[in-house]
Ligand binder design. Structure first.
Ligand code: ATP
Ligand code: MG
Length: 308
């Protein structure tokens, strides 16, 4: 690989005697949808603030597309950290316009595109005072997008969104990655979200990265297999067919009456094909969270926010 989209080395941030981030190393490749997972108080927001240069770091190095200069880095990064703040008496659009002026990049067409991408076109002229939590979150993502960044850094981007809003944000991020070759680094508590969205994950616990890699590789390294959940109309036929499909093992019941299936040297598409060949139709096939949950539980400690 050439230069990485983001490379963090030995990042340290202390609050008093306590290290909120205690020597963090991570690498995000261009085009990655990288999920940064960790329990409450693990140091995700602190790490993101340090990476963005919003707070001082006590040690460590951050490179963005090979660039070390924090001012130059800003030209390629769009970000949203925790709950975004706006000027309440201004409209959503005016807030975005202000952001482009501050940043010195992005014009009216970029504002239109960002508003459209987050589904706020209709409400763009309303004052932010009247926005719901989810609308503010969307506006925050739009603000991160207006400068046409190459790297998007989002701290819990689906926080406060309803299920439809969460799905829309996931779809949007996927599309941006694919179409614009944007790199996304996002923190999340939601294992299912990360498993369905991200190609790579890093797990932070007490300020240190305790696991990092491609989701499937992380599972394989721990001897864990990929799980999927399938929804079928004929449950009995499905159970029977699964007994005959090589590489698929029925584990138990999932949400909403779905069956949880563990895969071995078989991917979701392969499972679908084999089941259809066996005369079983699937109406749903979703990534199972169980296996990433196992990795997460292994890689994190029990108590929240007890670093240092
Ligand atoms: N301004 C601050 N002053 C003192 N301690 C702080 C400050 N900000 C964060 N911390 C501490 O640093 C640690 C990491 O906090 P941080 O907010 O980075 O965690 P997080 O992983 O983002 O958690 P969450 O999932 O709850 O958002 C915690 O122990 C927290 O109490
Ligand atoms: Mg946080």
């Amino acid at each position: 690989m050439g230069t990485h989209a983001l490379e963090v080395k030995g990042l340290v941030r202390r609050y008093g005697a306590r290290a909120a981030v205690g020597g963090l190393d991570l690498v995000v490749e261009e085009g990655d949808l990288y999920g940064f997972l960790g329990p409450n108080g693990a140091g995700k927001t602190t790490a993101i603030r340090c990476i963005l240069g919003l707070i001082r770091r006590d040690a460590g190095e951050v490179q963005v597309f090979g660039e070390r200069d924090p001012v130059a880095q800003r030209a390629t990064v769009g970000a949203m950290v925790e709950t975004p703040r706006f000027y309440d008496w201004m409209s959503g659009r005016e807030n975005l316009r202000l952001a482009t002026l501050y940043a010195g990049r992005g014009g009216e067409p970029d504002i239109d595109a960002a508003l459209h991408a987050v589904g706020l076109t209709e409400r763009q002229r309303d004052k932010v005072r009247g926005y719901s939590l989810g609308m503010r979150q969307r506006l925050g993502i739009a603000r991160a997008l207006v400068g046409k960044p190459r790297l998007l850094v989002l701290d819990e981007p689906t926080n406060g969104l309803d299920p439809r809003g969460m799905k829309e944000v996931r779809d949007l991020l996927r599309e941006l990655c694919r179409r614009e070759r944007l790199t996304v680094f996002l923190s999340s508590h939601l294992l299912s979200e990360v498993q369905s969205l991200c190609n790579r994950v890093g797990i932070i616990d007490r300020g240190l990265l305790t696991a990092e890699g491609e989701v499937n590789a992380l599972l394989a390294a721990r001897g864990l297999k990929t799980r999927v959940e399938i929804g079928v109309t004929d449950r009995r036929a499905a159970v029977e067919a699964l007994g005959r499909v090589p590489g698929a093992t029925l584990i138990g019941d999932g949400e909403g009456g779905r069956l949880v299936v563990e895969l071995d040297r078989l991917d979701a598409a392969g499972l679908n094909r084999l089941l259809v060949q066996a005369g079983v139709d699937l109406h749903t096939l979703v990534p199972g969270t169980g296996s990433l949950e196992d990795v997460y539980l292994q890689a994190t400690s029990q108590e929240a926010g007890v670093s240092g």
